[in-house]
Design a protein around this ligand. Sequence first.
Ligand SMILES: Nc1ncnc2c1ncn2[C@@H]1O[C@H](COP(=O)(O)OP(=O)(O)OP(=O)(O)O)[C@@H](O)[C@H]1O
Length: 301
Amino acid sequence: MITVEGLTRKYGAFTAVDDITFTAEPGRVTGFLGPNGAGKTTTMRVMVGLTRATRGRVRVGGHDYAAIPNPGRHVGVLLDASAQHAGRTGREVLTVGARTMGLPSSRVDEMLGLVSLSDEEAGRRVRNYSLGMRQRLGIAHALLGDPQVLILDEPANGLDPAGIRWMRGLLKGYAERGGTVLLSSHLLNEVQLIADDIVMIGRGRIVAQGTPESLLQDVGTFVRATDNDRLGTALTDSGIAFAPQGKGLLADSEAVAVGRAARDHQLTLVELRPTDGGLEDLFLELTADAQRDDLTEGAVR
Ligand SMILES: Nc1ncnc2c1ncn2[C@@H]1O[C@H](COP(=O)(O)OP(=O)(O)OP(=O)(O)O)[C@@H](O)[C@H]1O
């Protein structure tokens, strides 16, 4: 179990993580999503004691990570697969890890087998590894001490489709045996397939959390007019509930009813679409304010 309570991390005047609270439960895979620079890595770095919290606290398995003796036996971490010692071979990286954790060297072969790195590949220096091989080695390293908690930053990065499918099976199996998995990812379809719970952040704040089903249930029609205030009045007059979302409104009704309400008030719509496009649509809408790129139709030509 990982608990994050009121976590804030500032860098000078800039707030990278702003008062976030969530839990990653045992027996479940929790997907941690957000656009570039949203604060995912910062949050994970605080979890494993690499960055200090400005306020709030994080508990991993009920403890402050820094206070866990032999942490690799309890918490498996993969933050930056490229940070492994480039001059060592894959086998050496794992052997050093196993020694530090007091594990038998047989565990190294077991892990190499698990992540499908061949003997020949394990004998190559990490600097000559492909990104996907580094990622596999990082996952092997995280699992080496048979921990109860896994914290993985973009573990699917660089993996080919077969590798992604393999990792999905591995992490699901790990959670089914009672482990806690927190993983960040940009691969939304992948997260939708694997995550039992989702935490979404944008600009350091949580914008949504819950199971994929509960988050996607809240869909309706995303609508944007040249005058959103008048659009709000039009929806209210038609008995349609709505909430502001990104640059428009999320209406709790079908697109046709929303379109009629706008027509009755002679409003010019800029966007009108059902938000049933899965996690990707939800993600883009909820994090619209935090996106660098204008994703409105026609913005890219
Ligand atoms: N040491 C630091 N000093 C100043 N700003 C920092 C530092 N570390 C992170 N930041 C800023 O904090 C914000 C959050 O960064 P973070 O790496 O946590 O985002 P992220 O969600 O992991 O993004 P990405 O998906 O691009 O990896 C960014 O604006 C980043 O520039």
